[in-house]
Write a protein that binds this ligand. Structure first.
Ligand SMILES: [Zn+2]
Length: 584
Protein backbone atom coordinates (compact mmCIF):
# COMPACT_ATOMS: atom_id res chain seq x y z
CA UNK A 1 0.00 0.00 0.00
CA UNK A 2 1.23 3.49 -0.82
CA UNK A 3 2.14 5.62 2.21
CA UNK A 4 -0.77 7.80 3.31
CA UNK A 5 1.48 10.86 3.50
CA UNK A 6 2.26 10.46 -0.17
CA UNK A 7 -1.43 10.16 -1.16
CA UNK A 8 -2.19 13.21 0.96
CA UNK A 9 0.57 15.23 -0.73
CA UNK A 10 -0.53 13.95 -4.15
CA UNK A 11 -4.08 15.17 -3.57
CA UNK A 12 -2.85 18.51 -2.23
CA UNK A 13 -0.83 18.94 -5.43
CA UNK A 14 -3.80 17.91 -7.61
CA UNK A 15 -6.88 19.80 -6.38
CA UNK A 16 -9.98 18.11 -7.82
CA UNK A 17 -11.20 21.38 -9.35
CA UNK A 18 -8.02 21.85 -11.38
CA UNK A 19 -7.89 18.24 -12.56
CA UNK A 20 -11.56 17.94 -13.47
CA UNK A 21 -11.62 21.27 -15.31
CA UNK A 22 -9.30 19.91 -17.97
CA UNK A 23 -12.03 17.41 -18.85
CA UNK A 24 -15.28 19.25 -18.11
CA UNK A 25 -16.52 22.77 -17.70
CA UNK A 26 -17.02 23.44 -13.99
CA UNK A 27 -19.42 26.09 -12.83
CA UNK A 28 -19.63 27.45 -9.30
CA UNK A 29 -22.93 26.96 -7.49
CA UNK A 30 -22.65 28.37 -3.99
CA UNK A 31 -20.02 26.47 -2.05
CA UNK A 32 -20.09 23.63 -4.60
CA UNK A 33 -19.17 23.27 -8.26
CA UNK A 34 -21.29 21.62 -10.92
CA UNK A 35 -20.73 20.21 -14.37
CA UNK A 36 -22.29 18.09 -17.07
CA UNK A 37 -21.36 14.55 -16.06
CA UNK A 38 -18.59 13.14 -18.24
CA UNK A 39 -19.73 9.58 -17.47
CA UNK A 40 -23.25 9.75 -18.86
CA UNK A 41 -24.93 11.88 -21.47
CA UNK A 42 -27.02 14.71 -20.04
CA UNK A 43 -28.19 18.23 -20.78
CA UNK A 44 -28.48 19.70 -17.28
CA UNK A 45 -25.59 19.32 -14.84
CA UNK A 46 -26.08 16.67 -12.16
CA UNK A 47 -22.44 16.06 -11.33
CA UNK A 48 -21.48 17.93 -8.15
CA UNK A 49 -17.92 18.64 -7.06
CA UNK A 50 -17.38 19.19 -3.35
CA UNK A 51 -14.35 21.46 -3.20
CA UNK A 52 -14.90 23.07 0.17
CA UNK A 53 -14.31 19.99 2.31
CA UNK A 54 -11.03 18.56 3.55
CA UNK A 55 -11.80 15.38 1.59
CA UNK A 56 -12.54 16.73 -1.90
CA UNK A 57 -14.81 14.52 -3.98
CA UNK A 58 -17.34 14.44 -6.79
CA UNK A 59 -20.69 12.70 -7.11
CA UNK A 60 -23.12 12.39 -10.01
CA UNK A 61 -26.78 12.27 -8.98
CA UNK A 62 -27.64 10.96 -12.46
CA UNK A 63 -25.44 7.89 -12.91
CA UNK A 64 -24.05 7.61 -9.34
CA UNK A 65 -20.42 7.90 -10.34
CA UNK A 66 -18.34 9.38 -7.56
CA UNK A 67 -15.12 9.42 -5.58
CA UNK A 68 -11.97 11.44 -5.10
CA UNK A 69 -9.55 12.83 -7.68
CA UNK A 70 -7.86 9.43 -8.11
CA UNK A 71 -11.19 7.67 -8.75
CA UNK A 72 -12.01 10.40 -11.26
CA UNK A 73 -8.81 9.79 -13.23
CA UNK A 74 -9.28 5.99 -13.07
CA UNK A 75 -12.76 6.38 -14.52
CA UNK A 76 -12.15 8.99 -17.16
CA UNK A 77 -8.80 7.67 -18.40
CA UNK A 78 -9.71 4.02 -17.93
CA UNK A 79 -6.63 3.46 -15.78
CA UNK A 80 -5.81 1.13 -12.91
CA UNK A 81 -5.33 2.64 -9.46
CA UNK A 82 -1.54 2.63 -9.76
CA UNK A 83 -1.58 4.13 -13.26
CA UNK A 84 -3.96 6.88 -12.14
CA UNK A 85 -1.66 7.68 -9.21
CA UNK A 86 1.28 7.66 -11.62
CA UNK A 87 -0.48 10.07 -13.97
CA UNK A 88 -1.37 12.51 -11.19
CA UNK A 89 2.17 12.29 -9.84
CA UNK A 90 3.59 13.17 -13.25
CA UNK A 91 1.13 16.04 -13.53
CA UNK A 92 2.47 17.46 -10.27
CA UNK A 93 6.11 16.53 -10.82
CA UNK A 94 6.18 13.96 -8.01
CA UNK A 95 7.70 10.47 -7.84
CA UNK A 96 5.64 7.47 -6.76
CA UNK A 97 7.30 5.37 -4.04
CA UNK A 98 7.20 1.78 -5.28
CA UNK A 99 7.03 -1.54 -3.49
CA UNK A 100 8.21 -4.84 -4.94
CA UNK A 101 4.92 -5.73 -6.63
CA UNK A 102 4.59 -2.30 -8.22
CA UNK A 103 8.11 -2.72 -9.56
CA UNK A 104 7.33 -6.07 -11.17
CA UNK A 105 4.25 -4.61 -12.85
CA UNK A 106 6.21 -1.64 -14.15
CA UNK A 107 9.02 -3.91 -15.39
CA UNK A 108 6.55 -6.06 -17.32
CA UNK A 109 5.09 -3.01 -19.06
CA UNK A 110 8.56 -1.70 -19.90
CA UNK A 111 9.47 -5.08 -21.46
CA UNK A 112 6.31 -5.10 -23.61
CA UNK A 113 6.95 -1.56 -24.84
CA UNK A 114 10.53 -2.56 -25.62
CA UNK A 115 9.24 -5.58 -27.57
CA UNK A 116 6.79 -3.40 -29.54
CA UNK A 117 9.55 -0.95 -30.40
CA UNK A 118 11.83 -3.75 -31.57
CA UNK A 119 9.04 -5.32 -33.61
CA UNK A 120 8.21 -1.97 -35.23
CA UNK A 121 11.88 -1.64 -36.18
CA UNK A 122 11.80 -5.16 -37.64
CA UNK A 123 8.73 -4.40 -39.80
CA UNK A 124 10.30 -1.10 -40.85
CA UNK A 125 13.40 -2.93 -42.10
CA UNK A 126 11.26 -5.57 -43.85
CA UNK A 127 9.56 -2.83 -45.86
CA UNK A 128 12.96 -2.04 -47.35
CA UNK A 129 13.99 -5.70 -47.68
CA UNK A 130 13.99 -8.06 -50.67
CA UNK A 131 10.23 -8.52 -50.77
CA UNK A 132 9.13 -5.16 -52.21
CA UNK A 133 5.38 -5.80 -52.25
CA UNK A 134 4.70 -3.57 -49.23
CA UNK A 135 6.69 -0.67 -50.61
CA UNK A 136 5.05 -1.06 -54.02
CA UNK A 137 1.62 -1.00 -52.39
CA UNK A 138 2.41 2.28 -50.59
CA UNK A 139 4.05 3.87 -53.64
CA UNK A 140 1.07 2.91 -55.81
CA UNK A 141 -1.06 4.84 -53.37
CA UNK A 142 1.23 7.86 -53.73
CA UNK A 143 2.68 7.79 -50.24
CA UNK A 144 5.92 9.76 -50.16
CA UNK A 145 9.12 8.26 -48.67
CA UNK A 146 9.09 11.08 -46.08
CA UNK A 147 5.63 10.25 -44.82
CA UNK A 148 6.43 6.50 -44.77
CA UNK A 149 9.39 7.28 -42.53
CA UNK A 150 7.52 9.75 -40.36
CA UNK A 151 4.82 7.19 -39.50
CA UNK A 152 7.38 4.41 -39.20
CA UNK A 153 5.36 2.24 -41.60
CA UNK A 154 6.51 -1.33 -42.03
CA UNK A 155 5.80 -4.61 -43.75
CA UNK A 156 5.08 -8.16 -42.65
CA UNK A 157 5.98 -10.63 -45.42
CA UNK A 158 4.77 -14.07 -46.34
CA UNK A 159 6.86 -16.27 -44.00
CA UNK A 160 4.57 -16.40 -40.98
CA UNK A 161 7.48 -17.05 -38.60
CA UNK A 162 10.03 -14.35 -39.34
CA UNK A 163 8.92 -11.94 -36.61
CA UNK A 164 8.77 -14.51 -33.80
CA UNK A 165 12.14 -15.98 -34.80
CA UNK A 166 13.75 -12.54 -34.90
CA UNK A 167 12.28 -11.46 -31.56
CA UNK A 168 13.21 -14.69 -29.78
CA UNK A 169 16.75 -14.29 -31.14
CA UNK A 170 16.74 -10.88 -29.48
CA UNK A 171 15.86 -12.41 -26.10
CA UNK A 172 12.10 -11.92 -25.86
CA UNK A 173 10.11 -14.85 -24.52
CA UNK A 174 7.22 -16.70 -26.18
CA UNK A 175 4.94 -15.48 -23.41
CA UNK A 176 5.86 -11.90 -24.09
CA UNK A 177 5.21 -12.31 -27.81
CA UNK A 178 1.75 -13.74 -27.14
CA UNK A 179 0.91 -11.12 -24.48
CA UNK A 180 1.90 -8.37 -26.90
CA UNK A 181 -0.55 -9.92 -29.38
CA UNK A 182 2.17 -10.14 -32.04
CA UNK A 183 2.10 -13.94 -32.20
CA UNK A 184 -0.35 -16.76 -31.71
CA UNK A 185 0.28 -20.41 -30.85
CA UNK A 186 -0.77 -23.13 -33.26
CA UNK A 187 -3.22 -25.61 -31.69
CA UNK A 188 -1.78 -28.46 -33.75
CA UNK A 189 1.97 -28.04 -33.59
CA UNK A 190 2.20 -25.86 -30.48
CA UNK A 191 4.50 -23.57 -32.44
CA UNK A 192 4.34 -19.79 -32.43
CA UNK A 193 3.27 -18.04 -35.62
CA UNK A 194 3.18 -14.35 -36.63
CA UNK A 195 -0.25 -12.69 -36.47
CA UNK A 196 0.60 -10.25 -39.25
CA UNK A 197 1.32 -11.69 -42.72
CA UNK A 198 1.32 -10.02 -46.14
CA UNK A 199 0.38 -6.72 -44.58
CA UNK A 200 1.54 -3.14 -44.51
CA UNK A 201 2.12 -2.35 -40.83
CA UNK A 202 1.03 0.83 -39.06
CA UNK A 203 2.64 1.17 -35.64
CA UNK A 204 0.37 2.90 -33.14
CA UNK A 205 1.99 5.37 -30.77
CA UNK A 206 0.69 6.81 -27.52
CA UNK A 207 1.07 10.48 -26.68
CA UNK A 208 4.50 9.90 -25.18
CA UNK A 209 5.75 8.32 -28.40
CA UNK A 210 5.85 4.66 -27.27
CA UNK A 211 4.64 1.99 -29.69
CA UNK A 212 1.61 0.47 -27.96
CA UNK A 213 -0.02 -1.56 -30.75
CA UNK A 214 -0.12 -2.30 -34.47
CA UNK A 215 -2.57 -2.15 -37.34
CA UNK A 216 -2.02 -4.11 -40.53
CA UNK A 217 -3.63 -3.70 -43.95
CA UNK A 218 -3.60 -6.64 -46.32
CA UNK A 219 -1.77 -6.16 -49.63
CA UNK A 220 -3.52 -9.14 -51.21
CA UNK A 221 -6.41 -8.41 -53.49
CA UNK A 222 -9.06 -10.29 -51.53
CA UNK A 223 -7.12 -10.63 -48.29
CA UNK A 224 -9.31 -11.04 -45.21
CA UNK A 225 -9.68 -9.22 -42.95
CA UNK A 226 -8.78 -6.06 -44.79
CA UNK A 227 -7.51 -4.52 -41.56
CA UNK A 228 -6.12 -6.48 -38.63
CA UNK A 229 -5.45 -4.69 -35.35
CA UNK A 230 -3.81 -5.57 -32.05
CA UNK A 231 -6.36 -6.56 -29.43
CA UNK A 232 -6.16 -5.52 -25.79
CA UNK A 233 -2.75 -5.93 -24.13
CA UNK A 234 -1.36 -4.64 -20.83
CA UNK A 235 -0.09 -1.58 -22.71
CA UNK A 236 -3.01 -1.08 -25.10
CA UNK A 237 -6.66 -0.43 -24.28
CA UNK A 238 -9.08 -0.31 -27.16
CA UNK A 239 -10.98 2.91 -27.68
CA UNK A 240 -8.59 5.04 -25.64
CA UNK A 241 -6.09 6.20 -28.22
CA UNK A 242 -6.33 7.90 -31.57
CA UNK A 243 -4.14 7.16 -34.55
CA UNK A 244 -1.70 10.02 -35.25
CA UNK A 245 -2.63 11.94 -32.08
CA UNK A 246 1.08 12.24 -31.23
CA UNK A 247 1.46 14.56 -34.26
CA UNK A 248 -1.98 16.19 -34.17
CA UNK A 249 -1.61 17.35 -30.57
CA UNK A 250 1.26 19.61 -31.60
CA UNK A 251 -0.95 21.56 -33.96
CA UNK A 252 -1.97 24.91 -32.52
CA UNK A 253 -5.17 25.17 -34.52
CA UNK A 254 -7.74 24.03 -31.89
CA UNK A 255 -9.25 22.09 -34.78
CA UNK A 256 -8.87 18.39 -35.49
CA UNK A 257 -9.78 16.48 -38.61
CA UNK A 258 -11.33 13.10 -37.88
CA UNK A 259 -10.74 10.59 -40.69
CA UNK A 260 -11.97 7.03 -41.11
CA UNK A 261 -8.76 5.04 -41.32
CA UNK A 262 -4.95 4.90 -41.36
CA UNK A 263 -4.57 5.52 -45.09
CA UNK A 264 -6.84 8.60 -45.03
CA UNK A 265 -4.97 10.05 -42.07
CA UNK A 266 -1.63 9.61 -43.83
CA UNK A 267 -2.97 11.10 -47.08
CA UNK A 268 -4.33 14.15 -45.28
CA UNK A 269 -1.15 14.56 -43.24
CA UNK A 270 0.97 14.28 -46.38
CA UNK A 271 -1.16 17.02 -47.95
CA UNK A 272 0.03 19.34 -45.19
CA UNK A 273 -2.62 18.95 -42.48
CA UNK A 274 -0.95 17.53 -39.38
CA UNK A 275 -4.03 17.95 -37.19
CA UNK A 276 -5.67 14.73 -38.40
CA UNK A 277 -6.57 11.62 -36.38
CA UNK A 278 -8.60 8.41 -36.71
CA UNK A 279 -10.15 6.01 -34.24
CA UNK A 280 -8.33 2.69 -34.21
CA UNK A 281 -10.22 -0.16 -35.78
CA UNK A 282 -13.36 0.56 -33.74
CA UNK A 283 -16.20 3.03 -33.91
CA UNK A 284 -15.46 6.34 -32.21
CA UNK A 285 -15.72 6.12 -28.40
CA UNK A 286 -16.55 8.75 -25.73
CA UNK A 287 -13.01 8.33 -24.36
CA UNK A 288 -11.52 9.24 -27.71
CA UNK A 289 -13.78 12.31 -27.85
CA UNK A 290 -12.59 13.40 -24.40
CA UNK A 291 -9.01 13.00 -25.57
CA UNK A 292 -9.73 15.28 -28.54
CA UNK A 293 -11.43 17.75 -26.23
CA UNK A 294 -8.13 18.26 -24.44
CA UNK A 295 -6.54 19.66 -27.59
CA UNK A 296 -9.33 21.05 -29.70
CA UNK A 297 -12.60 22.92 -29.76
CA UNK A 298 -13.75 21.90 -33.20
CA UNK A 299 -13.64 18.58 -35.05
CA UNK A 300 -14.15 18.29 -38.79
CA UNK A 301 -15.56 14.84 -39.51
CA UNK A 302 -14.28 13.60 -42.86
CA UNK A 303 -15.65 10.09 -43.15
CA UNK A 304 -16.37 8.33 -46.45
CA UNK A 305 -19.29 9.65 -48.46
CA UNK A 306 -21.02 6.23 -48.62
CA UNK A 307 -24.01 5.29 -46.45
CA UNK A 308 -21.86 3.60 -43.77
CA UNK A 309 -19.67 6.70 -43.53
CA UNK A 310 -22.70 8.97 -43.22
CA UNK A 311 -24.26 6.84 -40.48
CA UNK A 312 -20.97 6.89 -38.60
CA UNK A 313 -20.97 10.68 -39.02
CA UNK A 314 -24.32 10.99 -37.24
CA UNK A 315 -23.02 8.92 -34.32
CA UNK A 316 -19.79 10.91 -34.17
CA UNK A 317 -21.71 14.22 -34.10
CA UNK A 318 -23.59 13.14 -30.98
CA UNK A 319 -20.49 11.82 -29.22
CA UNK A 320 -18.48 14.96 -29.99
CA UNK A 321 -21.28 17.23 -28.83
CA UNK A 322 -21.62 15.29 -25.58
CA UNK A 323 -18.08 16.29 -24.57
CA UNK A 324 -18.50 19.89 -25.65
CA UNK A 325 -16.72 19.74 -29.03
CA UNK A 326 -18.13 21.59 -32.02
CA UNK A 327 -18.60 19.07 -34.86
CA UNK A 328 -18.41 20.14 -38.50
CA UNK A 329 -18.84 17.90 -41.50
CA UNK A 330 -16.73 17.78 -44.64
CA UNK A 331 -18.91 17.94 -47.72
CA UNK A 332 -17.10 16.02 -50.46
CA UNK A 333 -18.12 16.06 -54.10
CA UNK A 334 -16.88 13.65 -56.75
CA UNK A 335 -14.74 11.59 -54.41
CA UNK A 336 -15.54 8.73 -52.07
CA UNK A 337 -12.98 9.63 -49.41
CA UNK A 338 -10.39 12.34 -48.56
CA UNK A 339 -7.57 10.23 -50.04
CA UNK A 340 -9.25 10.16 -53.45
CA UNK A 341 -10.29 13.82 -53.20
CA UNK A 342 -6.73 15.01 -52.55
CA UNK A 343 -5.39 12.87 -55.39
CA UNK A 344 -7.96 14.30 -57.80
CA UNK A 345 -8.06 17.96 -56.80
CA UNK A 346 -4.93 18.60 -54.73
CA UNK A 347 -4.26 19.95 -51.21
CA UNK A 348 -5.42 23.56 -51.85
CA UNK A 349 -8.87 22.29 -52.83
CA UNK A 350 -8.94 20.20 -49.66
CA UNK A 351 -8.17 23.32 -47.62
CA UNK A 352 -11.15 25.06 -49.19
CA UNK A 353 -13.25 22.00 -48.36
CA UNK A 354 -12.15 22.22 -44.71
CA UNK A 355 -13.04 25.90 -44.47
CA UNK A 356 -16.43 25.24 -46.06
CA UNK A 357 -17.27 22.31 -43.81
CA UNK A 358 -20.93 22.34 -42.81
CA UNK A 359 -21.90 22.86 -39.22
CA UNK A 360 -23.55 19.80 -37.73
CA UNK A 361 -27.03 21.34 -37.81
CA UNK A 362 -26.89 21.99 -41.54
CA UNK A 363 -25.72 18.41 -42.06
CA UNK A 364 -28.58 17.01 -40.01
CA UNK A 365 -31.17 19.22 -41.69
CA UNK A 366 -29.86 18.20 -45.12
CA UNK A 367 -30.00 14.56 -44.09
CA UNK A 368 -33.76 14.86 -43.50
CA UNK A 369 -34.14 15.06 -47.25
CA UNK A 370 -32.27 11.86 -48.10
CA UNK A 371 -34.48 9.05 -49.30
CA UNK A 372 -37.50 11.29 -49.86
CA UNK A 373 -38.49 13.20 -52.96
CA UNK A 374 -39.07 16.73 -51.69
CA UNK A 375 -40.66 17.74 -54.99
CA UNK A 376 -43.77 15.80 -54.03
CA UNK A 377 -46.10 16.99 -51.25
CA UNK A 378 -45.77 13.72 -49.31
CA UNK A 379 -42.01 13.75 -49.54
CA UNK A 380 -41.87 17.33 -48.38
CA UNK A 381 -44.07 16.60 -45.36
CA UNK A 382 -41.98 13.57 -44.41
CA UNK A 383 -38.76 15.59 -44.62
CA UNK A 384 -40.30 18.47 -42.68
CA UNK A 385 -41.41 16.15 -39.88
CA UNK A 386 -37.82 15.00 -39.49
CA UNK A 387 -36.59 18.59 -39.64
CA UNK A 388 -38.98 19.51 -36.79
CA UNK A 389 -37.33 16.84 -34.61
CA UNK A 390 -33.87 18.17 -35.49
CA UNK A 391 -34.93 21.75 -34.71
CA UNK A 392 -36.40 20.70 -31.38
CA UNK A 393 -32.97 19.30 -30.46
CA UNK A 394 -31.42 22.79 -30.54
CA UNK A 395 -31.25 24.03 -26.98
CA UNK A 396 -30.40 27.66 -27.58
CA UNK A 397 -33.60 29.63 -28.42
CA UNK A 398 -31.92 32.17 -30.64
CA UNK A 399 -30.06 29.49 -32.59
CA UNK A 400 -33.26 27.53 -33.00
CA UNK A 401 -35.00 30.61 -34.38
CA UNK A 402 -32.26 31.17 -36.97
CA UNK A 403 -32.45 27.61 -38.26
CA UNK A 404 -36.23 27.71 -38.12
CA UNK A 405 -36.25 30.67 -40.49
CA UNK A 406 -33.83 28.91 -42.78
CA UNK A 407 -35.88 25.69 -42.93
CA UNK A 408 -39.13 27.61 -43.46
CA UNK A 409 -37.55 29.46 -46.36
CA UNK A 410 -35.95 26.32 -47.76
CA UNK A 411 -39.27 24.40 -47.86
CA UNK A 412 -41.39 27.44 -48.67
CA UNK A 413 -43.66 27.18 -45.61
CA UNK A 414 -44.85 29.85 -43.16
CA UNK A 415 -42.39 30.29 -40.29
CA UNK A 416 -45.25 30.57 -37.73
CA UNK A 417 -46.68 27.21 -38.73
CA UNK A 418 -43.30 25.50 -38.53
CA UNK A 419 -42.61 27.19 -35.19
CA UNK A 420 -45.91 25.88 -33.78
CA UNK A 421 -44.90 22.36 -34.85
CA UNK A 422 -41.56 22.65 -33.09
CA UNK A 423 -43.23 23.98 -29.92
CA UNK A 424 -45.62 21.04 -29.92
CA UNK A 425 -42.68 18.63 -30.29
CA UNK A 426 -40.91 20.32 -27.36
CA UNK A 427 -44.00 20.07 -25.14
CA UNK A 428 -44.35 16.39 -26.00
CA UNK A 429 -40.72 15.76 -25.06
CA UNK A 430 -40.94 17.59 -21.73
CA UNK A 431 -43.86 15.39 -20.73
CA UNK A 432 -41.89 12.33 -21.80
CA UNK A 433 -38.79 13.46 -19.91
CA UNK A 434 -40.75 13.87 -16.69
CA UNK A 435 -42.22 10.38 -17.01
CA UNK A 436 -38.80 8.96 -17.74
CA UNK A 437 -37.26 10.71 -14.72
CA UNK A 438 -39.99 9.24 -12.48
CA UNK A 439 -39.45 5.78 -13.97
CA UNK A 440 -35.73 6.10 -13.25
CA UNK A 441 -36.44 6.92 -9.62
CA UNK A 442 -38.74 3.91 -9.31
CA UNK A 443 -36.25 1.58 -10.97
CA UNK A 444 -33.41 2.88 -8.84
CA UNK A 445 -35.42 2.12 -5.70
CA UNK A 446 -35.87 -1.50 -6.77
CA UNK A 447 -32.57 -2.33 -8.42
CA UNK A 448 -30.44 0.06 -6.38
CA UNK A 449 -26.86 -0.93 -6.86
CA UNK A 450 -25.01 -4.03 -8.02
CA UNK A 451 -22.33 -3.08 -5.48
CA UNK A 452 -24.53 -3.94 -2.51
CA UNK A 453 -27.36 -6.16 -3.78
CA UNK A 454 -28.34 -7.17 -0.23
CA UNK A 455 -29.60 -3.64 0.38
CA UNK A 456 -32.78 -4.24 -1.67
CA UNK A 457 -34.13 -6.93 0.64
CA UNK A 458 -32.66 -5.35 3.79
CA UNK A 459 -33.49 -1.74 3.24
CA UNK A 460 -33.75 -0.64 6.84
CA UNK A 461 -30.67 -2.57 7.96
CA UNK A 462 -28.67 -1.08 5.09
CA UNK A 463 -29.82 2.41 6.04
CA UNK A 464 -28.86 1.81 9.66
CA UNK A 465 -25.43 0.53 8.58
CA UNK A 466 -24.83 3.46 6.29
CA UNK A 467 -25.78 5.92 9.01
CA UNK A 468 -23.22 4.30 11.31
CA UNK A 469 -20.58 4.36 8.58
CA UNK A 470 -21.28 8.01 7.89
CA UNK A 471 -20.90 8.78 11.60
CA UNK A 472 -17.50 7.05 11.48
CA UNK A 473 -16.43 8.99 8.38
CA UNK A 474 -17.14 12.16 10.33
CA UNK A 475 -15.83 10.99 13.71
CA UNK A 476 -13.07 8.41 13.07
CA UNK A 477 -11.81 8.91 16.64
CA UNK A 478 -15.06 7.33 17.90
CA UNK A 479 -14.15 3.95 16.36
CA UNK A 480 -13.72 2.04 19.62
CA UNK A 481 -16.98 3.28 21.03
CA UNK A 482 -18.85 2.39 17.83
CA UNK A 483 -17.25 -1.06 17.76
CA UNK A 484 -18.46 -1.66 21.32
CA UNK A 485 -21.98 -0.65 20.31
CA UNK A 486 -22.05 -2.73 17.14
CA UNK A 487 -19.42 -5.32 16.18
CA UNK A 488 -18.72 -5.75 12.43
CA UNK A 489 -20.30 -9.22 12.37
CA UNK A 490 -23.64 -7.61 13.22
CA UNK A 491 -23.68 -5.79 9.91
CA UNK A 492 -26.23 -7.47 7.63
CA UNK A 493 -25.41 -6.43 4.06
CA UNK A 494 -22.18 -7.85 2.70
CA UNK A 495 -20.76 -4.73 1.13
CA UNK A 496 -21.39 -2.45 4.12
CA UNK A 497 -19.88 -5.12 6.35
CA UNK A 498 -16.76 -5.12 4.19
CA UNK A 499 -16.53 -1.32 4.35
CA UNK A 500 -16.94 -1.34 8.14
CA UNK A 501 -14.34 -4.07 8.63
CA UNK A 502 -11.87 -2.45 6.28
CA UNK A 503 -12.36 0.99 7.80
CA UNK A 504 -11.91 -0.40 11.32
CA UNK A 505 -8.63 -2.07 10.31
CA UNK A 506 -7.24 1.02 8.63
CA UNK A 507 -8.27 3.39 11.41
CA UNK A 508 -6.82 1.18 14.13
CA UNK A 509 -3.55 1.09 12.18
CA UNK A 510 -3.48 4.84 12.74
CA UNK A 511 -4.54 5.98 9.27
CA UNK A 512 -6.60 9.16 9.09
CA UNK A 513 -9.97 8.89 7.40
CA UNK A 514 -10.37 9.99 3.79
CA UNK A 515 -12.04 8.45 0.75
CA UNK A 516 -8.58 7.61 -0.57
CA UNK A 517 -8.24 5.06 2.20
CA UNK A 518 -10.37 2.75 0.02
CA UNK A 519 -8.48 3.54 -3.19
CA UNK A 520 -6.29 0.50 -3.59
CA UNK A 521 -8.69 -2.23 -2.55
CA UNK A 522 -12.05 -0.99 -3.83
CA UNK A 523 -13.20 -0.51 -7.44
CA UNK A 524 -14.34 2.91 -8.71
CA UNK A 525 -17.96 1.62 -8.57
CA UNK A 526 -17.51 0.63 -4.93
CA UNK A 527 -15.91 3.96 -4.09
CA UNK A 528 -18.85 5.71 -5.77
CA UNK A 529 -21.19 3.76 -3.45
CA UNK A 530 -19.18 4.90 -0.42
CA UNK A 531 -19.25 8.47 -1.72
CA UNK A 532 -23.02 8.25 -2.03
CA UNK A 533 -23.33 7.28 1.63
CA UNK A 534 -21.83 10.57 2.78
CA UNK A 535 -23.49 12.63 0.04
CA UNK A 536 -26.95 11.23 0.88
CA UNK A 537 -26.59 11.93 4.57
CA UNK A 538 -24.74 15.20 4.11
CA UNK A 539 -27.41 17.39 5.71
CA UNK A 540 -28.44 14.88 8.33
CA UNK A 541 -27.32 15.32 11.91
CA UNK A 542 -25.98 12.03 13.28
CA UNK A 543 -25.17 11.84 17.00
CA UNK A 544 -24.46 9.14 19.63
CA UNK A 545 -28.18 8.58 20.05
CA UNK A 546 -28.69 8.02 16.30
CA UNK A 547 -25.82 5.54 16.29
CA UNK A 548 -27.20 3.54 19.21
CA UNK A 549 -30.68 3.50 17.60
CA UNK A 550 -29.14 2.14 14.41
CA UNK A 551 -27.03 -0.36 16.37
CA UNK A 552 -30.23 -1.48 18.05
CA UNK A 553 -31.78 -2.33 14.69
CA UNK A 554 -28.77 -4.40 13.63
CA UNK A 555 -28.33 -6.13 16.98
CA UNK A 556 -32.04 -6.96 17.07
CA UNK A 557 -31.83 -8.41 13.58
CA UNK A 558 -29.01 -10.70 14.67
CA UNK A 559 -30.83 -11.75 17.87
CA UNK A 560 -34.25 -12.38 16.31
CA UNK A 561 -32.94 -13.71 13.04
CA UNK A 562 -35.16 -12.87 10.15
CA UNK A 563 -38.30 -12.45 12.27
CA UNK A 564 -37.81 -8.73 12.83
CA UNK A 565 -37.51 -8.30 9.09
CA UNK A 566 -40.96 -7.02 8.09
CA UNK A 567 -42.01 -5.85 11.54
CA UNK A 568 -42.17 -2.13 10.93
CA UNK A 569 -40.23 -1.83 7.78
CA UNK A 570 -42.53 0.74 6.20
CA UNK A 571 -42.82 2.73 9.35
CA UNK A 572 -39.09 2.87 9.75
CA UNK A 573 -38.54 3.87 6.14
CA UNK A 574 -41.09 6.65 6.43
CA UNK A 575 -39.41 7.99 9.56
CA UNK A 576 -36.02 7.75 8.01
CA UNK A 577 -37.12 9.56 4.87
CA UNK A 578 -38.67 12.32 6.98
CA UNK A 579 -35.37 12.69 8.80
CA UNK A 580 -33.52 12.98 5.54
CA UNK A 581 -35.89 15.56 4.17
CA UNK A 582 -35.18 17.82 7.14
CA UNK A 583 -32.39 19.52 5.28
CA UNK A 584 -31.08 22.79 6.57
ZN1 LIG B 1 -23.25 10.83 -14.38
Amino acid sequence: MLPQDFIYALKQANPIEGVMSSYVQLRRAGSLMKCLCPFHSEKTPSCVVYTDTQDQHFYCFGCHAGGDVITFIMQIEGLSYMDAVQMLAERAGMTVPRDAQGNREAERRTRLLELNRTAARFYYDQLRGQDKRGLVYLRDRARSPQIINKYGLGYAGDSGFSLCNAMIAKGFTEDELITANLCGRSQKSGRLYDRFRNRVIFPIFDLRGSVIAFGGRTIEKDGEPKYLNSSVTPVFKKGHNLFSMQFAKKSQSKRLILAEGYMDVIAIHQAGFENVVASLGTALTPDQCRLMRQYAEEVVISYDSDAAGQNATVKAINLLRAVGLRPRILHMHDAKDPDEFIKKFGPPAFRVLLEDADDAMTFELERCKTGTDTDTEDGKIAALQMAVAVLADIENDMQRDIYLSRVAHDYGVEKEILSAQVDAELRKRRGGAKKQAWRNVQNAAVTRDPVNPDAVSHRREAMAEETILCYLFRNPDMLEKVQETVPPEHFVTAFNKRVYTYLSEQLSKGYTYSLSLFGEDFTPQEIAYITRISVDLEQVEINDKTVSDCAEILNAYQADGKKAEDLDNTEFSAKFDALRRKRT
